[in-house]
Ligand binder design. Structure first.
Ligand SMILES: Cc1cc2nc3c(=O)[nH]c(=O)nc-3n(C[C@H](O)[C@H](O)[C@H](O)COP(=O)(O)OP(=O)(O)OC[C@H]3O[C@@H](n4cnc5c(N)ncnc54)[C@H](O)[C@@H]3O)c2cc1C
Length: 564
C-alpha cells in the first residue's frame, strides 16, 4: 500500500542498471514518486525500453516496422522523465562501501555515486556449448541486435532450413516466424513435451498445431552437435536434421556477475535474493526483473519467472521503495500466454505436475467447450483444465488451449488464483454472457462445476493419465464408453466396453458391481450423466474420465481401437 503523498522533496541520486523492462519502468516511476531526485539509467546496449517480446513478430513479418519495437529513444525518454540516460555504457563494478558504481563506455571510465542503486539487469539466454555451436549460423534471440542478425540471415535467402533448440515460448514463436518466412523448421525439445510449464497434453496440442503448419517437433531428445560443413544438427539418437541455421532458445539465466562481485546474497534458485520490498542483502541496493527470485503465490517457494509483466511491476515497486516510499511485491503466478500459429496456449499458477511436485493433493478437471454459445456462428472449442487442491478446494492453477477466448479465461482464473479462491467460489463467479462472447455457463464456471462435483463425490473424476496408468495394472478398471455407435466405431480405448448413454439404465445389469468402472464419452458431459445414472442404480465404484475421449487423444499414450 502506498501512502497518499507520492511526491517527495529530496535530492538523492538513484542509479538504475539496465534500461529495458524493469529498469525503464523503474526510472519512470522514480520520477513520478520523486520530482526532485537525480535518476541515472545505465544501459549496456544501444537501446532502452524496447519491446523484446515483439522481436519474434518482426521476424515473422507480423510487425512491419522495426522502429515500432523501439518504444522510446534514449533522448526522448531522458527528456520526458528528466532522466540521465547513458546507453552503450556498462556498469562493471559496485563499490558498496563507497556507494558508487564504475561505468565503462567508449568515452572511458567513470565512478558514479548513488544513494540507491536498482539492479535491473535481466538475464542472458543460455547458449549450450556443443560441437559446432560456435558456427556463425548459430543464433539467439534476446536483443534488437540479435533480431537484426537473424533478419539479415533470413533476407539473404540462403537459409532454407532451421532447427530451433528449445520448445518454450521463444522457440514456439520463432517456429511460427521461420515457417512464415518459408523455412523448413524443426523444433527439438529435450523434455517429453513442449511448454514445460504446462501439463504434457497441452504441450502435445501445441506440437500438433505446429505440425499442422509444417513444423516438425522432436521431443525427448537433445541436439548434441551441429555440423557447419553439411548444415545439419545431430540428435542424441544419431539422427541428423537439415539446419542452414540453428536458433538456441533453451532458457535464460539471471545476469549475476555484478551482484556476485558486489557480494550480494543469492537465493535458493541461484538468482538474486530480495526482500518483499525488492531490497537485496544491501539496504541501498534494490533489484527487479529476470535477475531476481520471488515468491510463488501458490506454493510460497522462491522461483524465477522471467516474464515481462512481473519485471515491469517489480521495477515499479523497486523504484517506489528506492524513492523512499513503502511498497511490497506479493509474488508471481507465472501467468503466461503464447500464440501458436492459429491457436493460443495460456496458463496461470501450477500445472498438475508442478502441484504434485510441490506436495499438494492436487486434482485436475478438464473440459472441452466452445468459447461462446454454440448456436452463434464461429464458436471454437477450447480445452480448459483446472488444477485444485483436494484438501482446501483452492484453485492451484489453470491451463487452456484453443482458437479463441483463451486469454479471458486465463486472466479470470489468474485473478481467482490471486484471490485464493476455491473451486466452489469460481463456480459462482458472475461472468459476462451474450452469445457472441460466452455461454450462460462460461467455460470457467463449467470447469469449476466439474471440479466441485469431483470434490463432493457427486461425480468423481479420473484423469486420462491416471486411467492410462491404472489400465496397466492388474486392478484395471472397466472402461465403459457411453457414446453413440458411430463415435465408438471411429475410435475408442482398447479393451473398453460400449454401452450408449440411452441404454445405460436398461443394460446396467451387464456391468460388474465388484469392479471399478470408468465411464467416458467425447468430452465428459455424457459420462457425467451415465455416472449419475449408475450411481442411482447402486454402482458406487464409478468415476468419469475428465475430458472424455478428447482427453484420451490429447494424452497420446492410450491404445486406441477403431471398429470399422
Ligand atoms: C524474444 C523474446 C520474447 C519474449 N516474449 C515475452 C512475452 O511474450 N511475454 C512475457 O511476459 N515475456 C516475454 N519475454 C521475456 C521478457 O522480455 C523479460 O522477462 C523481460 O524483458 C525482463 O525484463 P528485465 O528488465 O528484467 O530484463 P531485460 O529486459 O533483459 O533488460 C535488462 C537490461 O540490462 C542490461 N544490462 C545488464 N547488465 C548490465 C550492466 N552491467 N550495465 C548496463 N546494462 C546492463 C542489458 O543490456 C539489458 O538490456 C520475451 C523475451 C524475449 C527475449
Amino acid at each position: 500500500m502506498l501512502p497518499k503523498e507520492t511526491v517527495m522533496e529530496s535530492k538523492k541520486r538513484i542509479v538504475i542498471v539496465g534500461g529495458v523492462a524493469a529498469g525503464a519502468t523503474a526510472a519512470a516511476r522514480a520520477r513520478r514518486v520523486d520530482a526532485e531526485c537525480e535518476i541515472v539509467l545505465v544501459e549496456r546496449g544501444p537501446y532502452i525500453s524496447y519491446a523484446n517480446c515483439g522481436l519474434p513478430y518482426f521476424l515473422s513479418g507480423d510487425i512491419k516496422e522495426r522502429s515500432s519495437l523501439l518504444l522510446q529513444t534514449p533522448e526522448g525518454f531522458g527528456a520526458k522523465y528528466g532522466v540521465d540516460v547513458r546507453v552503450n555504457t556498462e556498469v562493471v563494478e559496485v563499490d558498496r562501501t563507497g556507494r558508487r558504481v564504475r561505468l565503462v563506455s567508449a568515452d572511458g571510465e567513470v565512478w558514479l555515486g548513488y544513494d540507491k542503486l536498482i539492479l535491473a539487469q535481466g538475464g542472458l539466454p543460455i547458449m549450450p556449448v556443443i560441437p559446432g555451436s560456435d558456427w556463425e549460423q548459430v543464433y539467439r534471440l534476446w536483443t534488437v541486435p540479435d533480431m537484426d542478425r537473424l533478419e539479415a540471415a533470413l533476407q539473404s535467402g540462403r537459409a532454407k532450413t532451421a532447427v530451433i533448440v528449445g520448445g518454450g515460448f521463444i522457440g514456439i514463436e520463432m517456429a511460427e516466424a521461420f515457417a512464415k518466412r518459408g523455412l523448413r523448421t524443426t523444433v527439438v525439445e529435450m523434455a517429453p513435451a513442449l511448454m514445460s510449464m504446462m501439463d504434457a497434453p497441452f504441450g502435445r496440442l501445441v506440437e500438433e498445431e505446429l505440425a499442422r503448419h509444417g513444423v516438425e517437433v522432436v521431443t525427448g531428445t537433445a541436439v548434441v552437435a551441429i555440423d557447419p560443413a553439411t548444415h545439419e544438427a545431430e540428435l542424441r539418437n544419431g539422427r541428423r536434421i537439415p539446419a542452414d541455421l540453428v536458433l538456441f532458445a533453451v532458457g535464460v539465466r539471471p545476469e549475476l556477475e555484478l551482484a556476485k562481485q558486489a557480494g550480494l546474497e543469492l537465493g535458493a534458485t541461484g538468482a538474486l535474493a530480495v526482500s518483499a520490498s525488492l531490497v537485496t542483502s544491501d539496504p541501498d541496493i534494490l533489484a527487479a526483473g529476470d535477475m531476481v527470485e520471488v515468491t510463488h503465490r501458490v506454493h510460497g517457494r522462491k522461483v524465477r519467472v522471467p516474464l515481462a509483466g512481473p519485471a515491469n511491476r517489480q521495477g515499479r515497486i523497486a523504484a517506489t521503495v528506492a524513492a523512499g516510499l513503502e511498497a511490497t511485491y506479493n509474488g508471481v503466478l507465472g501467468t503466461s500466454i503464447v500464440k501458436v500459429m492459429d491457436r493460443t496456449a495460456g496458463s496461470t499458477g501450477l500445472s498438475e505436475r508442478a502441484a504434485l511436485a510441490a506436495g499438494f493433493d492436487a486434482a485436475l478437471a478438464v473440459i472441452h467447450k466452445e468459447h461462446h454459445a454454440t448456436y452463434f456462428p464461429g464458436a471454437k472449442e477450447m480445452t480448459l483444465a483446472l488444477v485444485y487442491d483436494r484438501a482446501t478446494h483452492r484453485l492451484l492453477g489453470a491451463q487452456a488451449f484453443g482458437e479463441a477466448g483463451i486469454e479471458s479465461r486465463i486472466n479470470t482464473l489468474a485473478v481467482a488464483l490471486a484471490a485464493g479462491q476455491t473451486v466452489e467460489q469460481i463456480a459462482e463467479l458472475d461472468l459476462v454472457y451474450a452469445p457472441p462472447y460466452s455461454s450462460a455457463n462460461d467455460p470457467v464456471n463449467l470447469a469449476a462445476f466439474v471440479a466441485v462435483n469431483d470434490l463432493t463425490g457427486f461425480s468423481p473424476l479420473v484423469t486420462a493419465a491416471a486411467l492410462r496408468a491404472e489400465l496397466a495394472t492388474e486392478e484395471a478398471p472397466l472402461v465403459v464408453d457411453v457414446r453413440s455407435a458411430s463415435e465408438w466405431a471411429a475410435g475408442h480405448v482398447a479393451g473398453s466396453r460400449h454401452l450408449p448413454l440411452d441404454e445405460i439404465t436398461a443394460r446396467a445389469s451387464e456391468l460388474p458391481r465388484d469392479r471399478r468402472i470408468v465411464v467416458t464419452c467425447r468430452a465428459g458431459y455424457r459420462g457425467h450423466l451415465a455416472l449419475r445414472a449408475l450411481r442411482g442404480l447402486g454402482f458406487d465404484k464409478v468415476r468419469n474420465l475428465t475430458g472424455g475421449f478428447v482427453s484420451v487423444l490429447q494424452d497420446g499414450g492410450f491404445s486406441v481401437e477403431v471398429s470399422r
